[in-house]
Every structure is written in C-alpha cells, then in structure tokens.
Design a protein around this ligand. Structure first.
Ligand code: RIB
Ligand code: CA
Length: 309
C-alpha cells in the first residue's frame, strides 16, 4: 500500500481520478488532497474538491494551495470545464473541512511525519509541488516518485506544442522535472488514448449515486470535448492514478525532458531528447501507450466499489 498526496484542480478528470484513488484503499492511502488554481480559480477548484470528497463521505484532509503560477498570470479553462470548473452535476451544500490554507506547508509536514516515503500525484499546474521542492529540499529524500498528468512529447492541447497544466506554469514544471525526484509523466501521448466512448458513458446510468455523478461529469465533458474535435472523452488525470494502481497497464520510455519557459510560440512545450545519445541523463518516464480496456475496467470497478454493487 502506497501513501499518496493528490494535488489537483478539479476539473472533471481530476474528480474522476480522486474517486478512483479513494476506491482503492488497499493500494492507495490518500494522506491529503491539495488544490491548485488551474482549470478554474482556487476558490472554485477547492469548492469542487470539497463537493467530490463530501459526495463519497471521504475522510481525507483537504488543503488549499496556490492561487496561480509562480511567474505567469493564471490561465483558467472555462471553455473545457465550464464556469464552475466542474459543470454538469448538482451538489448539495456541504461543510467538508479545510485543514489548511497553506498546502505547501501541509504537504511538507505530512510527508515528514511519515515513516516511509510518499508518492505525489500532480493533476494540475505543478506550482504547489515546485514550491514544496524549492522551499523544503530535504523533503526530496522522502518522496518515492511524482506521478503527473502533464505535457506531451508529440503535441499539445492548449497550443500546438504545450499541454494545459505545463503551459499554465512552465517554471514550476521545469523545477519538478529537474529536481532529481523520479517523475512519471502521463502526457497527452498516452492520455488521449485513455478515453471512454459515449456508449461507455451512457452505460453508467441508473447504477448508483456515484455512477450517476460520473455519468453527469462525463456527459458534460464529452459535449465540451466536441469543440476540440474529440468524439470520445479522454480522462487525462486518471492515468496518473492508474499508473500507481497497475503500471503494467502502460508502456513508456525514459527520456531527458525539459520545458520551454519563454513567452514564445513554444511556451510550456515539454521537449524529450530522443537522440541516440541524449546530452543529459533521462529524468522522466514518459508513458506512451495504454491498455484502454484495462483502464476502463479500473474505472468501472472503482465505481462499483463506491456504490457497493
Ligand atoms: O490537459 C489536460 C489537463 O488540463 C488535465 O489535468 C485537466 O484537468 C486540465 O487541468
Ligand atoms: Ca487537472
């Protein structure tokens, strides 16, 4: 069983990743959930995290992270996730507690309090994780790995070359990739293959409350994806969790990966050195393929557990 901290910007796919992690307590012990401004403002993504955790009666500490990137202004994604950041489902008011409004300090204290090492999961811009590594470098020896959804070594989605999470805070990503801590990157190369079809989405109806929640999330997300040319719905962030549940579901390769931070056409591009003899040691395991059937099975199995069916 692995101790993990999930840093996220819910976000439809962040929400599903949280649910699947919580549905596998024998493999993943979620020590904390932390939020980061990204898909929407920090207020909205934190409200969304509260709604998801309350919906499944989770008992996981929730801490509020940075409002925005280290250097650049925050770019949100209402066109993809709606004005709330998680449009679609309706949530009743709840009093899910916030344990800290300083996620970076809370992450540090939580990690250092563990006997063993902790795995970090980054599902949004990497601002909180970068600040943790820079502010408390001694924490690196206590981090097993950092499993992120971000980047792409062939194409972007925010721009032709940059994926959203990295584009929003490229300086943070550069800090994380060059930190010396093992990074597993679920970039668009693999996450765009990690999709659910409309039929699979429709099959979630009338099977329980959590099934219905995910149905409503994915119905909105599928409709929203059409503007970007998608027919099926890639659940990007879930890859970073599924890798921890079953890495055999994926294939990948280690590369040296660096990040473009300049304000130019390639801002946020994650560049993998694919030369026969790269100039620097490989620092990132880049996931490139997935067993989609196994991926979808992980999701459906998690929902069945959460709905006790
Ligand atoms: O590019 C996909 C990523 O951007 C996902 O993490 C999604 O939630 C958005 O944050
Ligand atoms: Ca996200």
């Amino acid at each position: 069983m692995r101790n993990i901290i999930i840093d996220c910007d819910p976000g439809h796919d962040d929400a599903i990743a949280l649910l699947v992690a919580l549905a596998n307590p024998e493999k993943l012990n979620v020590l904390a959930v932390t939020t980061i401004g990204g898909n929407q403002t920090i207020e909205k993504v934190t409200k969304n995290a509260k709604n998801i955790l309350a919906y499944v009666n989770a008992n996981v500490p929730l801490a509020i992270g940075q409002e925005g990137p280290l250097v650049k202004p925050l770019n949100t994604a209402p066109e993809a996730h709606g004005d709330t950041g998680m449009d679609g489902p309706y949530f009743k008011d709840n009093n899910y507690p916030i344990v800290s409004d300083n996620a970076v300090l809370y992450m540090y204290q939580t990690i250092m309090a563990q006997e063993g090492r902790v795995t970090l999961v980054g599902l949004g811009p990497l601002t909180n994780i970068a600040l943790l590594l820079k502010t408390f470098p001694e924490v690196k020896s206590k981090i097993e790995m950092i499993s992120i959804m971000g980047g792409g070594i062939r194409r972007g989605n925010m721009t032709a070359t940059a994926e959203f999470n990295i584009y929003v805070d490229p300086e943070a990503a550069k800090i994380v990739f060059s930190s010396g801590v093992q990074v597993v990157m679920s970039g668009l190369d693999v996450t765009e293959k990690a999709y659910v079809t409309l039929d699979e989405i429709e099959s979630l109806q009338n099977r329980g409350e959590v099934h219905t929640l995910v149905y409503e999330l994915l119905k909105f997300y599928n409709e929203s994806g059409k503007q970007f040319g998608f027919v099926d719905s890639p659940i990007h962030d879930l890859c970073a969790i599924c890798y921890l549940l079953d890495p055999t579901m994926f294939t990948g390769k280690r590369y040296h990966v660096d990040v473009v931070t300049d304000d130019c056409m390639t801002r946020g591009m994650t560049i993998a050195d694919r030369r026969l003899k790269p100039a620097q040691v490989e620092n990132v395991l880049v996931l490139e393929d997935i067993d989609r059937e196994a991926y979808v099975h992980s999701l459906f199995q998690a929902l069945a557990r959460l709905d006790n069916i």
